[in-house]
Design a protein around this ligand. Structure first.
Ligand code: BMA
Length: 329
């Protein structure tokens, strides 16, 4: 099933006029594609941990991959730390190939970082933490293949909760057809009671996969939760630096129950953010990609949504929290 050739973003969304808010020109070390950042507020500052793919080797391969860190007073203008937070070279274990796509959740004054880790025996989803953006400690790693994990910012019913996206192959016909799941843990190490949350068929503008985006934000009406939704069209040709790129990534939004977040209260049936601008749809490494990794609810009701665009730059869009809730229910 092919989907609409053109998708539009919801009118409640405003792209920030400074977009892209972070790109390789802002980075004081070797950098190429700056994208898929996690963002939180910590000790009075905004903090962003971003992915940097560098040293392009052609096709889909970058020889370098690091996670950088940046700080901001307003969530818009960023100062990048002089050195990366995590580099490929930090890993002495030959099993580990790279760590990428960080998502940040603050719980009890600790910054938890969910990340994807490519290993020689599959793709593992991990949870680690830092309190100083220098030291990084890994708490747990999933079995392959699982990624896109995000943690809720508090325990619910005594348990930590995370959204995640495993890659089932056999039961899903051996093609991309991946859905959003949720698991629970007493201690961030042992995860279980897993439940299906958002299957591809629940999102009319997806035909390929759904996955978690930013960590959910608490509102009076429920957990406001972004996700990414992907459609594939094999007739798409060259869309960026690779020979072909046939997918499109949009941001979607749903509301989950406050007390039982595995209960979906509503899903907006159209994209919240679809690739439309040049930096999302016509330029960069992989065009037509919007990949949100951070969401911050301000005291005045403004929601800041941070997203990677075209796997090349980091962007910001804003919306009013009540408008976002209204889309879901
Ligand atoms: C996903 C992840 C993301 C990336 C997206 C689009 O599978 O690899 O890091 O942004 O594809 O390329």
């Amino acid at each position: 099933m092919l989907l609409e050739p053109i998708l539009k973003s919801s009118p409640v969304i405003k792209r920030h006029p400074n977009n892209p808010i972070l790109s390789k020109a802002d980075i004081p070390y070797e950098a190429e594609c700056i994208f898929n950042a996690g963002v939180c507020k910590y000790h009075g500052k905004y903090v962003m941990i971003f992915r940097n793919d560098y040293d392009y080797a052609g096709g889909s391969v970058f020889r370098g991959c690091s996670l950088g860190v940046a700080f901001s007073d307003d969530g818009i203008k960023w100062e990048v730390a002089p050195k990366p937070f995590i580099k490929k070279e930090d890993f002495t274990d030959p099993e580990i190939i790279r760590v990428y796509d960080p998502r940040l959740t603050v719980i009890d004054d600790t910054v938890y970082i969910c990340f994807a880790m490519d290993t020689r025996h599959g793709l593992r989803g991990g949870i680690g933490y830092t309190t100083d953006f220098t030291d990084f400690h890994i708490i747990s790693l999933s079995v392959p293949d699982n990624r896109n994990m995000v943690l809720f910012p508090e325990k619910i019913g005594g348990m930590y909760c995370r959204l995640e996206r495993p890659f089932p192959v056999y039961s899903r016909g051996g093609v991309d057809r991946f859905d959003t799941w949720m698991s629970f843990s007493p201690d961030l190490k042992f995860w279980g009671e897993s439940k299906l949350i958002l299957p591809v068929e629940a999102v009319p503008y997806a035909n390929d996969k759904t996955g978690p985006a930013a960590p959910p934000v608490k509102t009076e009406k429920g957990w406001l939760t972004l996700f990414h939704a992907v459609d594939i069209d094999h007739s798409r040709g060259k869309n960026g630096w690779e020979d072909t790129w046939k997918k499109r990534y949009c941001a979607g939004i749903m509301l989950l129950d406050l007390e039982d977040p595995s209960k979906v209260l509503g899903v907006y049936k159209e994209p919240l953010l679809a690739p439309e601008t040049d930096y999302e749809a016509n330029e960069g490494f992989r065009q037509n990609v919007i990949f949100p990794g951070g969401m911050i609810l301000e005291d005045n009701g403004e929601v800041k949504i941070y997203y990677g665009a075209a796997d090349t730059v980091e962007c910001l869009a804003t919306a009013d929290v009540n408008d976002l809730i209204a889309l879901c229910i």
